[in-house]
Design a binder for this molecule. Sequence first.
Ligand code: AHR
Length: 549
Amino acid sequence: MQSVSRRQFLKKSGEAGLAACATSALGRMGFAQSAAPTRVVIDSSRQISAIDPHVYGSFLEHLGRAIYEGVYDPQSKFADANGFRTDVMAEVKQLGVPIIRYPGGNFVSGYHWLNGVGPKKDRPTVLDRAWDTLETNQFGTNEFITWAREVGAEPLFGLNFGTGTAEDAAALVEYCNVARGTKWSELRRSHGYEQPHNVKYWCVGNEMDGPWQIGHIPAREYGLKAADAARQMRAVDPTVKLVACGSSGPFMPTYIEWDRTVLEECYDDVDGISLHRYWGNTEETNHDSQIYMAMNLAMDRQIEEIIAVTDSVRAQKRSGKQLFLSFDEWNVWYRARSGDDVDGHGKSAPHLLEEQYNLEDALLVGGLANSLMRHADRVKLACLAQLVNVIAPIMTNENGVLRQTIYYPYAWALKYAHGTALSLAPEGPGYEVASLGRPIESIGLPVPGFGEVPWLDVTAVWNEEKKAATLFVLNRDLHNEREMEIVWRDLTPSAVTTFETMTGPDLKAINTFADPKRVVPQTLEKPKTGSTMTVKLPARSYSVLSMTV
Ligand code: AHR
């Protein structure tokens, strides 16, 4: 077992700073009374960047019921010949998830990939020390690749940087990507996988800054190991794309310092750096949903801070190369994150991290998707954490699947946010969030507020191929419908193809297997098209408005 869990570590480190933080915990929050519309000017030539489809990836960890029961369940009435749940595969396929991170997460830092390949009868059952769970290894590298290809997703492989060596990492690349004629490629072929898997994207470890992580090491040491592993991996396959482990989040005492030190050692050898973050309506927001609706601005801030440190190392090195950001764990997660929710007690497929998502969580997830879109120039990869049963949009029981509330904003991003993110400068009223309280994972450092927060958070995507423009709008105002005036500069829409919203009277409403359609998208009356359009956004809503020109 780990000597210190993530939660214990944060609790301990937080005690010192807590008193200081408490005095400035919640700042003044005033509400601008203006009912004036928000004005958005759209000009298709004002482009941020093409949105990389990998930005709407997801994540599957050997954790709780994500893999076992969720994805792989030979006993299920839905199982195919491989033991994969066909109902879950159909959902994931329909969503069109482009890339899926696997096999962890904290799990990966104690995972021996060799235990999960070869004849199933010979695979050992081991204790996963990250989540205190029995791991049967009946699902491993080859099963994941087979499953991912069937659902149309690309694999993003996590590497064990806890108990694993740089040589182990290179061996896994060889097992997956070399065609034939070497020890590890021949092993794959002997396992029945004649063709190489060609795995392009790799995470060089997971949250190695965290004392809760198996094999946690200081930044300099990790940076050196990452550089060495990257060179060994590229010697095996020069085409791989490698993501170094960035900070686990701004709550870490080593935030930014970790990223800087790591990149000083491995900047030249990697292609991207990771960011992680989970949000919640907690003490940080004073359990105030109005403040909670502004929390995607914390994602904007984190992205901009990591861009700043990454580019400062680049300047220091006079490097011609720019790294991309991989926000490869992001979601709401604050309820199921202590006690039995994170401890498997040595059982197989226990119920862990089974967060139930409500309407307000879905609205924030929509806002977070907006934040990723408006940073399309640097965030080229991201993963909603996670996909099935564990902090997930999709839940399963023996009779089928359930779409949680957060499924819908995620599905809209996957369906409509293809093309180029446009640069917008919405003008409109807002409200004040002067400071925030103590984050759930805080070490007691004060957290700045956001100042004036716009009622409407708007992003726009232009799809040149389809001649379609799509707007994604979070109306943060919990009490009032808000109006948006859209002024088109160089295009005039001829038809509104979609206008849907997630809203409802109860911010805490959830979907359950007994009542699965309580929080689902509703169709809104389509606005009249023209060079200036007026649109009404319901109170407490996240909406998608798509038009063709
Ligand atoms: O996604 C759940 C856990 O959160 C992951 O295993 C870990 O990387 C993070 O702390």
